[in-house]
Design a protein around this ligand. Structure first.
Ligand code: PNS
Length: 167
């Protein structure tokens, strides 16, 4: 059975992420979406539990996709699934530089681990979780950016953030 791991910080999950997950689910028998911590992004908008809940609701229509979380190194986590391949999306050359470095680090830790990249769908190359957070903060319409199932969650959290910042 072929297994893919789609890791990310998903703060929050976007339609760009979901597009990569859906396409991965057509190529692999089993897909594990893993919600992880990115130490270069220290102040997440959502807690791990909130992210897990939003990712679960977003992928519920895909029967071979499951959701997990891990607080540690991705290359260590991947050892749980024999032969698993990491699958990540690439939007631009800047993504490639970062992902190439991550791939080398992951290989140092777990030499068996392979990473495959899917190029982002053209209509999502501009999209990132940080764009969504910014749009939400200013009360913009989130339709077409994130799964419909989680728009309310983001709007509620953005309202709290605006209140905190006195806006
Ligand atoms: O969605 P993101 O923020 O681009 O995802 C990055 C993520 C979470 C996959 C990456 O930061 C990660 O692998 N975090 C786990 C810790 C780890 O293994 N870091 C790489 C070696 S330093």
């Amino acid at each position: 059975m072929s297994i893919a791991i789609c890791p990310g910080s998903f703060d929050p999950i976007t339609l760009g992420h979901l597009n990569i997950i859906r396409r991965t689910s057509k190529i692999f028998d089993r897909v594990v979406v893993c919600v992880m911590h990115n130490s270069t992004k220290p102040s997440p908008m959502f807690t791990v539990e909130e992210k897990l809940d939003m990712v679960r609701r977003s992928v519920s229509r895909y029967p071979n996709v499951e959701v997990d979380t891990y607080d540690g190194l991705l290359a260590e986590y991947a050892k749980r699934y024999e032969g698993a391949v990491l699958v990540k999306g690439l939007r631009a050359a800047s993504d490639f530089e970062y992902e190439f470095q991550m791939n080398l680090i992951n290989k140092q830790i777990n030499p068996q681990l392979e990473t495959m990249f899917l190029t982002a769908d053209g209509k999502y190359t501009f999209l990132s979780s940080s764009v969504v957070r910014e749009m939400a903060f200013y009360g913009a319409d989130l339709k077409g950016l994130v799964p419909n199932e989680i728009i309310d969650d983001i709007e509620k959290k953005a309202k709290l953030w605006r209140g905190r910042d006195g806006k």
